[in-house]
Design a protein around this ligand. Sequence first.
Ligand code: THU
Length: 129
Amino acid sequence: MSLKEAATTVRENAHAPYSGFKVGAAIRAASGAVYVGCNVENVAYPEGTCAEAGAIAAMVAAGETSVIEAYVVAGSPTPVTPCGGCRQKLAEFATSDMRVTMATLTGIEQVMTMGDLLPGVFNADHMST
Ligand code: THU
């Protein structure tokens, strides 16, 4: 299944009764396996989680720690971009040249690299003494 298909399908399961904004994410890990996630909102608003976070959690739970490609889709007028927190979450498991495809439901796609999305990323090197 393509990342586009996987992200679009899982988006249907998003729990977004408060924003009404459903998001689907699909990531391909180093093994080739695809992991998916959707946003899961909560009545206590800050407890909600993003689609990307769900996909990353599924990948890590399956024993993988390397993302080689990501796809995010929403019913937005322009391609949905990962929020700041999700950029940092993706960067934890990606190289700066990893491609992130952002898409609308109508098929408009925009591709950026991880480094484009999060220049100056905080990483483990900063904690070297
Ligand atoms: N959302 C995501 O799931 N991923 C993003 O990258 C952007 C925002 C969700 C969070 C919230 O449930 C809804 O979209 C509106 O912000």
